[in-house]
Design a protein around this ligand. Structure first.
Ligand code: NAI
Ligand code: 15L
Length: 284
């Protein structure tokens, strides 16, 4: 293979079987139809209750119910998969005990199963809330100190550390995507900076899954927004070039009333997540 062909091979590469966790969630549901070109078989999984009534979208899909907190069940779910897109887990700020089961134990179970079954590549859905306590007038990159903005952000920070450990110790490669906000539209001022389109997410996923030699890479998941807080210089080897921008939502968002100048939604990158809690079951 020529160097050029090898360099471009990621564009048409396919896995034999790819696992998608969190398949019943907001992002998972939008992503499913886009994954047919990523693998011959796609195993789509979520909690059994969430997968009830979900049928395979085509001959390439296998539907599975699995609780990430159950180590044996996760091991069985991962068996036979070459790569994993790990979206499953609690996706907002919640009491520690809930985060512990789905996100902390869950990510350990995913990596242990990945090691045992020789998984080549993991995509870890990390979050901008790993660095949510930076101010909105600061510009940061993946080497800056983590400043998680809650138990949820802490769990994503732990997931990134788990990814680094499994690469250093066992050679399992990961791209941790610190996703900003993947929703059909940017619906507030903060999201004008954090928004990511599904087309851009798909492009980043393809690169993150198939470009050779990523080790453990951390990349912020955002579109080409006019305003940005994040610098992806340490993920330049992925060649991610977003095409969309939150500019199309600007007029609608800017017609909304201004939040107070000291409201965290207007001052901190993590917005309202920075002011959640405490969740104290011992409080009177
Ligand atoms: P979501 O909450 O809609 O989906 C998460 C899915 O995980 C749900 O379907 C839920 O049933 C499943 N899940 C929860 N606990 C589980 C368990 N114990 N076992 C198995 N499955 C479990 O979240 P969304 O928006 O689809 O996000 C997907 C991923 O991306 C999440 O990991 C989230 O933290 C991350 N992310 C999303 C962002 C966004 O803008 N949507 C921003 C940053 C990160
Ligand atoms: C996240 O990490 C959440 O999963 C998502 O629901 C949004 O709140 C997003 O961050 C955000 O910061 O907009």
């Amino acid at each position: 293979m020529s160097a050029e062909t090898e360099r471009d091979a990621w564009q048409s590469a396919r896995f034999s079987r790819l696992l998608l966790t969190g398949a019943a969630g907001g992002v998972g549901r939008q992503l499913r139809p886009r994954l047919a070109s990523f693998a011959e078989r796609v195993r789509v999984a979520d909690l059994a209750a969430a997968m009830q009534g979900v049928t395979p979208a085509g001959a390439h899909e296998e539907v599975l119910g699995c609780d990430l907190a159950d180590r044996a069940a996760v091991d069985a779910m991962v068996a036979g998969c070459e790569a994993i897109i790990h979206l499953g887990g609690v996706s907002v700020e919640r009491p520690f005990e809930e985060i512990l089961e789905a996100n902390i134990k869950g990510v350990f179970h995913i990596y242990e199963a990945a090691r045992r079954h020789g998984v080549k590549r993991v995509i870890f859905a990390s979050s901008n809330h790993v660095t949510g306590f930076y101010r909105q007038d600061e510009r940061i990159d993946a080497h800056d100190l983590k400043r998680p903005d809650g138990y949820y952000g802490l769990s994503k920070s732990y997931g990134e550390d788990m990814a680094q450990f499994y690469f250093d110790r066992y050679g399992v490669e990961t791209v941790s995507i610190r996703i900003g906000s993947i929703f059909p539209e940017a619906t507030n001022r903060r999201m004008l900076a954090s928004w990511m389109s599904m087309d851009d997410f798909e492009q980043l996923l393809r690169r993150a899954l198939f470009i050779a030699g990523v080790g453990h890479t951390i990349v912020y998941g955002m579109s080409a927004n006019a305003k940005t807080w994040w610098d992806n210089r340490h993920a330049a080897h992925l060649g991610y070039a977003p095409k969309d921008s939150s500019e199309i939502f600007c007029a609608k968002v800017e017609a909304q009333p201004q939040p107070a100048a000291d409201d965290p939604v207007a001052t901190l990158q993590g917005g309202a997540f920075t002011a959640a809690g405490p969740f104290d079951p011992l409080a009177d």
